[in-house]
Design a protein around this ligand. Structure first.
Ligand code: 6PG
Length: 506
């Protein structure tokens, strides 16, 4: 067989930002790729990029200009990776592959942020045509290129084929330190350490876990943005100083990728002006945070901090309404603070962020726990925390502590009950409260930070006012209630409309 006729290991469809970087990552790890995109310019671009970076003799990326050509260039059974937008495009590509002659034992991996129920339906729909496997990817452009976090799920048979490839291209963590092993250069590979990928479960489970990752990502980002808002508007600090505070925070328990990039964003200047001051304050969203919030309501696992983060984006998009309201609605007059007051406040804000972050992760993990029960999955939470320690957007030093918590107790119902996290919250809750009280008096919106405190206080309340609520429900709807002084499960109803308001056992 001539070199030209040699068949490739992997087919790749979708050469956008994520796609082309994943292709180069696979190529660095020794896999030959047949690459296709409906936009032929992108195919040429991927070939050119690979030529620039390829130091070996053999071409690593072969361009393909049709689905049929793609299949003809692959070793059988075919292994094809999709990096196309979630939703319709996944079906369009699937149908095209069927048209081009894909076989039932061929594997197609959807790496997009598909809605998990769509993935379940798709696996069923295409099962006679090919094996649809899913593996959401986190880490953005840089992660895709030098090591993402990968959340695979679906056919266990497909996983046996995919596993070595995924373990090769994933980010790696040094097991001794729990910290990412650096990989930053083209051609460089890391073949030691814990790979940030692990089989999550049956179809849909991986996309569900990635959805929750993104929900946590929304909360994490919003918490940082609220802190920025408070420092900017409440303490009137210049952007450079806020960046310095964040950089300092990034040395301690708040050390995370999102904190790190926030420092970079705040320090970036355009014509001497911090870029952040020139960015319009209306946030976009593609839907994964919203899906997480919806799912939390559906399965009854409270995730108020994640939901608040979604609402914060929605409220931000009402720019003109907010402008109108700012003309008619008043808030407190901003006061000035002494340097000492500012320093105390900044310390309290740090603790508030830390506690709110713990609560956001606790909400995300409890949601996955609830979904696991609901859908009959068997999720390994220590392993999920482990594969989020590097590569992904929510990577943080903190994820090692979550890993440890689930390794101590894999049945842990909620992170707040773990001895380490309970200690962190107990030690910092007082300054968290002070920060929230001050932020409220400043009139600065902080839905994520304060909803997390409310979540914390709700979770640690052994008595909540739901007794009155049950009374209200029974009053207008005869919905019945249980009594604290009677055996569990026995239901009572008061005949509220009668004069004697007799209580009956139902
Ligand atoms: C990641 C990101 C990635 C993407 C999200 C966020 O893990 O790499 O989460 O999947 O950036 O889709 O999107 P939105 O903020 O636009 O909803």
């Amino acid at each position: 067989m001539t070199q030209e006729q040699q068949l490739c290991d992997i087919g790749f469809i979708g050469l956008g930002v994520m796609g082309k970087n994943l292709v180069l990552n696979l190529a660095d790890n020794g896999y030959s790729i047949a690459a296709f995109d409906l936009d032929h310019e992108k195919v040429k671009e991927a070939i050119a990029l690979d030529k620039e970076e390829n130091t070996s003799e053999a071409a690593r990326v072969t361009g393909c200009f049709s689905y049929t050509e793609l299949l003809s260039k692959l070793k059988a059974p075919h292994l094809i990776v999709l990096s196309v937008p979630a939703g319709e495009p996944v079906d369009q590509v699937s149908e095209s592959l069927i048209g081009a002659g894909i076989q039932p034992d061929d594997i197609v991996i959807d790496t997009g942020n598909s809605l998990w129920v769509d993935t379940v339906a798709r696996e069923e729909k295409y099962k006679n045509n090919f094996i649809l496997f899913s593996s959401a990817v986190s880490g953005g452009e840089e992660g895709a290129r030098f090591g993402p976090s990968l959340m695979p799920s679906g056919s266990p048979y497909a996983w046996t084929r995919i596993k070595p490839i995924w373990e090769a291209i994933a980010a790696k963590v040094d097991p001794a330190t729990g910290k990412p092993i650096e990989r930053t250069k083209p051609g460089q590979i890391v073949d030691s350490g814990d790979p940030c990928t692990a089989y999550i479960g049956p179809a849909g489970a991986g996309h569900y876990v990635k959805m929750v990752h993104n929900g946590i990502e929304y909360a994490d980002m919003q918490i940082i943005c609220e802190a920025y808002h408070v420092l900017r508007n409440g303490l009137s600090l210049p952007t450079e100083e806020i960046a310095d505070i964040f950089a300092q925070w990034n040395q301690g328990p708040l050390d995370s990728y999102l904190m790190e990039i926030s420092v970079d964003v705040l320090r970036h200047k355009v014509d001497g002006e911090p870029l952040v001051n020139l960015i319009l304050d209306t946030a976009g969203q593609k839907g994964t945070g919203l899906w997480t919030a919806v799912s939390s309501l559906e399965v009854g696992a409270p995730a108020p901090t994640i939901s608040q983060a979604v609402y914060a984006r929605s409220i931000s998009s009402f720019k003109s309404l907010r402008e109108q309201a700012s003309e008619v609605l008043t808030g407190p007059v901003q006061k000035s603070y002494s340097d000492e007051e500012k320093a105390t406040f900044i310390d309290e804000l740090h603790d508030a962020i830390y506690c709110a972050k713990i609560c956001a992760y606790a909400q995300g993990f409890q949601l996955m726990k609830q979904a696991e029960k609901e859908h009959g999955w068997k999720l390994d939470f220590a392993s999920i925390a482990k594969i989020w320690r590097a590569g992904c957007i929510i990577r943080a030093v903190f994820l090692q502590s979550i890993t440890d918590a689930f390794e101590r107790n894999d049945d842990l119902e909620n992170l707040l009950l773990d001895e380490f996290f309970a200690k962190q919250l107990n030690e910092n809750q007082q300054s968290w409260r002070k920060a929230i009280a001050n932020i409220t008096l400043m009139g600065i919106p902080a839905g994520a930070l304060s909803s997390a405190l409310s979540y914390y206080d709700s979770m640690r309340s052994n008595v909540l006012p739901a007794n009155l609520l049950q009374g209200q429900r029974d009053y207008f709807g005869a919905h019945t209630f249980e009594r604290v002084d009677k055996p569990k499960g026995k239901k009572y109803h008061v005949q509220w409309s009668t004069d004697n308001k007799e209580m009956i056992k139902v």
